[in-house]
Ligand binder design. Sequence first.
Ligand code: TA6
Length: 266
Amino acid sequence: MSPLILHCADSQLTVSPFGAQALSWQVAGQERLWLSLDADLDGHHPIRGGVPLCFPWFGKAAQGPSHGFARTRLWQVAEQSQTDDHAHLVLSLEQDADTEALWPHPFRAEMAFTLKANALQLALTVTNPGSAPLSYTAALHSYLCTDVAQLRITELAGLPYHDKLSNADCLFEDGPDAALPPIPVDAIVPGLSNCRLAQGNDILKIDNQGHDAAVIWNPGPDHGIGDVHFGGEQAFICIESAHALTPITLAPCQRHTLSQTLTVNA
Ligand code: TA6
């Protein structure tokens, strides 16, 4: 279960087959994905950081673990290729006795990673191989490196969101002094497709597709989360490409792709 490493020009991506989870993405030596120093890498528990996959449900559910089982399954290598301008890897997961016990549906999930010199595309494609409709929710739960003390996501100003912390529908503040987002934050923002993380001249552009919402999450300093190392929450913001408001329903043979593209200095 060794990690898979992709290279393109000056960038390097490390992917764990356990969970089909990106763990590290470095561009010109600079790390872009946050991984907890206390992350559990034993191959049994969710890994805190990188880009965990939430599938076949987002969030808590009565029938099984938070954010589904995809992040705690071993995925198979389905494709791997390399050209001058990109490296590509696809990992796949299908139903088996363990997934059937939690979610009695046939499915095929493919997680594709496309690494370019200054960009990373993450794409989760789910196909319905069965004869009945298949419904699920999902997210690419990206932990992006940032300095939360200086963070300001201007695209959020004035937008409506569902606040999971208060279970209320709210509006982000507007105006030049608005804290965007307020910390702690656990916000489901309908339809948000693009935003930027800026720190001085350094910009990371985030483009989501096939989603119905972006999720913005940072637990703040009093989180009590055992596998976030001390002070670690100050160094990341999760900006997720999610289909979390309503389920995706696939007819037999239909497929859907949920994606996120991260571009440095775009
Ligand atoms: O995407 C935000 C969220 O659903 C939060 O509510 C928070 O609990 C977070 O994900 C982490 O969930 P996890 O199950 O990985 O601890």
